[in-house]
Write a protein that binds this ligand. Structure first.
Ligand SMILES: [Zn+2]
Length: 414
């Protein structure tokens, strides 16, 4: 299995300059190669082979001094990536898709370069963990979580964010198969991912979305300040960075929350059922919050899916149509406007909170889809009493811990 681990680098000012210099040499090589490929195609009517292209690098180094300062595999990766992108573009074109050309990259748009297979290692220097990069530097790195012992480091990508911070993302291969998924999942859960609130699940947890209002306010304030600065001035550039930092803060906080939430479900259960992205539900929101909710939802589903894979947990995304209308106890559908928070079945009399009823429907669809044949558990004896008690996101943030269940359970009965 292949994983990515991302860490913050803490380069000195001198190292920061070196990183930027290497990045810029890679950028120039990218632009040069792009030009070279287009020229070749005009003369020969097709792209050169990867081997031809790679074999040109040594000759290039004879007159282009800067190239010799960069680790050779890093340069190869620049050329290979460009080549691969261009070939897939050409393939699209041949199949009749209208696609643009690869563009010349200005410094701002070329943010990363990659050490592949060799030329990098993690090391200790004077008690500090450093990322040792051939022909570049030993850069202090903050390893806030461990890379598994049995993992092989395949590559590392160094990237400069618009905030000016540098990050290293390791591509890591672990030589073990993901655990088997159980034929008869015992510990199962359905999650109703609300659009505005966060999640309700069939075990009675209600998880509120993380509160980002302070961060949003700050972002708006900094954006207003930016609009008052003179374009191209030093102050403008400084303020632009501050805005980028705000964007990064928001994104990190949201991602962190989604990581923890998805981790929790993937670890605690044998089967996790969620609704597939519900385009119809999203349409009810206005543009901005629709994009935000849609993006967060998609991210959550992707995280949940790969984490379930890793933990040997069934992941099922079910058809979202009608999950709130259907009665989880008898299956009869009844219309419910959005403001009706309680499900009360006209046919069998079952009552439950609207979102919990939905979660139960999601779970039984999920179980059916996996074919696990364990849908006889009716919600009636397990569903919680009507009346939602929301659990603040803080509780999830503290968790990933096995005590989350107890804590939330007591919070619900309070
Ligand atoms: Zn019913």
């Amino acid at each position: 299995m292949y994983y990515a681990y991302k860490y913050r680098l803490e380069p000195s000012d001198a190292q920061r300059k070196e990183l930027d210099r290497h990045r810029d040499i890679c950028r120039q090589l990218y632009n040069h190669t792009r030009y070279r490929l287009n020229e070749y195609r005009e003369n020969h009517g097709e792209l050169p082979s990867m081997t031809t292209l790679r074999s040109e690098l040594p000759a290039l180094k004879k007159w282009w001094d800067g190239l010799n300062d960069v680790y050779s595999k890093v340069l190869q990766t620049v050329v290979e990536r460009l080549f691969n992108n261009l070939s897939s573009l050409s393939a699209l074109k041949e199949n009749g898709y209208g696609v643009g050309q690869l563009k010349w990259k200005p410094p701002r748009e070329f943010r990363s370069f990659t050490y592949n297979q060799s030329g990098f290692e993690l090391d200790k220097k004077g008690g500090q963990t450093v990322l040792s990069l051939s022909k570049l530097a030993d850069i202090p790195i903050s390893l806030h979580r461990e890379i598994p012992d049995d993992a092989a480091l395949k590559q590392v990508t160094l990237k400069k964010e618009p905030t000016g911070e540098w990050f290293a993302t390791f591509g890591v291969e672990v030589d073990r198969e993901p655990p088997q998924k159980p034929d008869q999942p015992k510990n199962v859960v359905g999650i109703d991912v609300g659009i505005l609130k966060y999640a309700h699940d069939t075990d009675g947890h209600a998880v509120e979305s993380v509160d980002l209002s302070d961060e949003r306010e700050r972002l708006e304030r900094e954006q207003r300040n930016l609009s008052r600065k003179e374009h191209g001035s030093n102050n403008h550039e400084k303020q632009r960075r501050r805005v980028a930092e705000c964007h990064a803060d928001l994104k990190n906080k949201r991602r962190d929350f989604l990581h923890k939430l998805s981790n929790y479900y993937a670890r605690e259960y044998d089967l996790v059922a969620v609704e597939d992205l519900d385009a119809k539900g999203l349409v009810q929101l206005d543009g901005n919050s629709r994009n935000r909710a849609g993006a967060a939802w998609g991210t959550f589903l992707r995280m949940l899916e790969y984490k379930c894979e890793r933990e040997g947990t069934h992941f099922v995304a079910v058809d979202p149509a009608g999950t709130t209308k259907e009665c989880a106890a008898c299956g009869v559908s009844s219309e419910k406007p959005l403001w009706v928070r309680e499900h009360s079945c006209p046919s069998c009399g079952f009552t439950a909170d609207r979102d919990w009823n939905a979660a139960w429907n999601i779970l039984s669809r999920g179980i059916k889809q996996v074919g696990a044949g364990r849908s006889e558990s009716t919600p009636v004896e397990t569903a919680l009493p009507t009346g939602t008690t929301s659990v603040p996101a803080k509780r999830v943030l503290e968790a990933g811990s096995p005590t989350l269940k107890e804590r939330t359970a007591s919070a619900v009965s309070e």
